[in-house]
Design a protein around this ligand. Sequence first.
Ligand SMILES: Cc1cc2nc3c(=O)[nH]c(=O)nc-3n(C[C@H](O)[C@H](O)[C@H](O)COP(=O)(O)OP(=O)(O)OC[C@H]3O[C@@H](n4cnc5c(N)ncnc54)[C@H](O)[C@@H]3O)c2cc1C
Ligand code: SF4
Ligand code: SF4
Length: 1009
Amino acid sequence: MLPALDPQALIESNYQDFLTDLSKSTFSGDVEYSYASRLAVSTDNSIYQKLPQAVVFPKSIEDLSLIGKTANPYIDVKFSARGGGTGTNGQSLTSGIIVDVSRHMNQVLEVNVEQKWARVQAGVVKDQLNDVLKPLGFFFAPDLSTSSRATIGGMISTDASGQGSLVYGKTSDHILGLRSVMADGTVLNTAPMMLDDAKKLSQKYTPIAKITQQLLDTCLGKRQQILDKFPRLNRFLTGYDLEHPLNEELTTLDISRVITGSEGSLVFVAEATVNITPIARFKALVNVKYNSFESALRHAPSMVAANATSVETVDSNVLNLAKQDIIWHSVESLITEVKGKTVLGLNMVEYNSNDQVDIEQKIATLSSNLDAAENLGVIGYQITYDKADIQKIYAMRKKSVGILGKTKGPKKPIAFVEDTAVPPENLADFIMEFRTLLDGHGLKYGMFGHVDAGVLHVRPALDMCDPEQEAMVPEISDQVVALVAKYGGLMWGEHGKGYRSEYGPQFFGKALFAELRKIKTVFDPHNKMNPGKICTPLESNDSLVTVSDQKRGEFDRQIPIEVRQSFEPVMSCNGNGLCFNYDTSSPMCPSFKITGDRRHSPKGRAGMVREWLRLLSNQNIDINALEHNEDPPSWFERLRNSTNKRVDNDFSHEVLEVMEGCLACKACSNQCPVSVDVPGFRSRFLSMYYQRYMRPAKDHLVGNIEKMAPLMAKAPGLINFFLRQSWVNTAIRKTIGYIDTPILSQPTLGQRLNSHPAMQFDLVALQQLSPVQLAKKVCIVQDPFTSFYDAQVVESLVTLITKLGFEAVLLPFMPNGKPQHVKGFLKEFAKTAKTAADFLNQLDDLALPLIGVDPSMVLCYRDEYAKVLGAGRGEFKVQLVHEWLLQLELPNVTQSKNQGNSQNYALFGHCSEKTALPTSEKQWQQIFQKTGLTLSAVSVGCCGMAGTFGHEASHIEESTGIYQLSWQQAVSQYQPEQIVATGYSCRSQVARFEHFKPKHPLQVLAESL
Ligand SMILES: Cc1cc2nc3c(=O)[nH]c(=O)nc-3n(C[C@H](O)[C@H](O)[C@H](O)COP(=O)(O)OP(=O)(O)OC[C@H]3O[C@@H](n4cnc5c(N)ncnc54)[C@H](O)[C@@H]3O)c2cc1C
Ligand code: SF4
Ligand code: SF4
């Protein structure tokens, strides 16, 4: 039986005392110290793992100040600020307290277009800011691949930059002022000041005076030493930037410049005033294809010299993996194959201008150079001026790191030498030597980067569960440090130092490293702010973190290899944070979007289950045997365990809580770059959890819905009569926890089709038909939701099929099993799936088209059936309506009797469908176009219903909130008759909130043809 799992991770007493004091103060934010909350922030995108004592979520600068002040009596209480948690080198990890500013401090406070600045809280996500600025014609220029989830506070603290940095600079180039909080709670306002004023200020006895004095001593006093020491690179140095607090003329001093890139080791950044840049009116992107990666690298500097705004590169490994990703469909026409050649390197060259003639001239010059560059390895190029297409190419490039994670097998690309920078003219030679170094270790890797700035991203593939391979990390790090030094570069060209801080003394040299420590001392004398990162205060004996510190692999390897293989999606999450995407019109991940709680994300859920498997493994539980337990505990034992739930310290309850919040929408299964399929492992967890504990009634209701619906549909009038009574609804809510129970279709499907030939299903008769007769037949695979609750859609499908000259055959209703899978009734699901597959295979043998209406049900036949039945699934194919229609010659309605339907329809796609079949919306548009109708695809995320999730009383707030995030506003833009939606859930959710039910697009076709 599943045992109770006590993680034994007590909070240290000084931290407990501090947290008690904090909760007694006027602190208005959240304080979380559950094991799950701590785990959720124990990793980032790095190879490291560190469990903090607690997580606090301040709501204001006053809260940040209270944290510092309350901690003053507790010298040993340490903090690490955290934003999006996308650091690649453990920058935000700590064994102290995580101060997460992203949950509440995420408002764009002010935008001043005339003076070209914006004031934001530190937890604002970079794309969020740009979405506010875009309609005003501006953007926040420093770009980074994680722009959909990295925060401005994180960007400031790592001095983030990326594509286009030669022109658009780094974050530090755009900071006009900061409001920060020091370790002792002092609020610090910083902006450039005249040097004379700085000198006067430094005479005072305030904290800012001491800081000013130190910066004058170091930055002014040691200026020549600083200039002599460091390479003059675009990426220069972070943590701490000793050169740029002073301007070139030495007339101003800016304390903000030393805070940028300080990785939270000096202050908590609360607010920033940043300058904003006008968006260029014209853009062009040229995708240049090469016969080798080396050719791409060697050719890049000439394009930089020709004034390109940016030059990005990717190698063939990245390209090939991208081709297997969902994202490829959006860019394949922009990066086509070259006939008879293989593209082994790609440069993406961007030009920006406010003058169309100027940009066209630049492109013309580049084109003629490229036409003559065959000897330089250029094998083709494509130009696009379309801004949306350019965005798609960059989205692919931004996903490169995630895409690399798709690498099959236990060796996964990891970050530790992933952002080296060398002078661009040395890049090609450097990379050749870097490759030799990695090849010498027998490692696989993919490479891409900002060739214009000399920054290379490379993630060697290692199995961190293997201690021998883990030992290669410090060895290779040392070698790369030496290699970058040889080429005049630096190891941390973009992502900051984090656990690589141990190389700080070597890089800065003894004297200048001592200056760093002096700066740390004036900000944070007790080493409370992100201790171990960058440097320690002058008098401190504390150590720096090192690349050999405790890694995630040390935890992961405690799980037996066969369990790791079986739970591959759980293990392969690499924390890149794509599932934290802030964009409400993106399907990923609705539960995180609405809760703002990182536990309730694919990353959070994968992390919980990983730890759950580890704790089980440490109790010597055979997880495979547990999962397939033929002799589960008795009802009585489960009742007893459930009764004792409150007193048991069982981590499984925390895992259950995060699994319950999942809508099982499957956006993660397809949009996560490494396909972390939460619904898959969620159902496995639920099936094991409920071996130990009693299931709630609502699970049984959902699990049996496919058995009950056909029975209820026998007396719809009676059932609906009761369902319309408020007392019945109240009783259902109170006993089962179910709300807004759907009303059965009246007339039922049977009544609607009554004596229609489609109702005469006879398998034997079908088997006796000739191929010509069979070619006329189209079988409709029923699903419980459409057939029993939206019967008019199935009736319309019969009409459509008939109008198109085919004979519809309504297959007898056969449970699909999806609701059982969602609730983790896995044994029952396997049986249901087997019965349905056997039946459908008989029809497939006749080569009959099988079509189903509801996307999530049809997709279940493809994905979950394949997983549970393996080869036993057989070869049957159930198509969605649009997949079938796409192959047909369709009549044009403008020539038919319904001529004059000039309606512009708006398609609200189902999120599971859009993510599993990314071309589905485009295909519906093609179908409508063929028939002479107009359909536009509306960009929305999840509707919040997701099967039965939105009907569960415990989820009504989330369900409503998710609907409001993107659907409500989008729906209000159209007339009800314009809106079409493919998902039964989506149509029901609109009906619930808007009191009209959109049609399925097939209904429009059936009516129009
Ligand atoms: C797939 C991938 C691609 C990436 N590509 C790029 C890229 O193109 N360019 C680039 O520059 N980086 C890149 N990074 C690195 C990372 O995204 C950046 O460093 C980013 O700026 C971190 O922002 P965050 O909000 O996630 O910060 P976190 O990871 O949460 O924190 C980063 C550091 O900032 C500190 N910090 C965060 N908020 C505050 C605050 N309010 N006050 C004080 N300190 C704070 C933390 O303590 C920590 O030291 C990439 C990372 C990944 C996973
Ligand atoms: S679940 Fe996927 S998208 Fe989210 S952090 Fe993990 S790998 Fe990245
Ligand atoms: S299935 Fe949907 S709600 Fe659940 S984790 Fe994945 S994206 Fe989030």
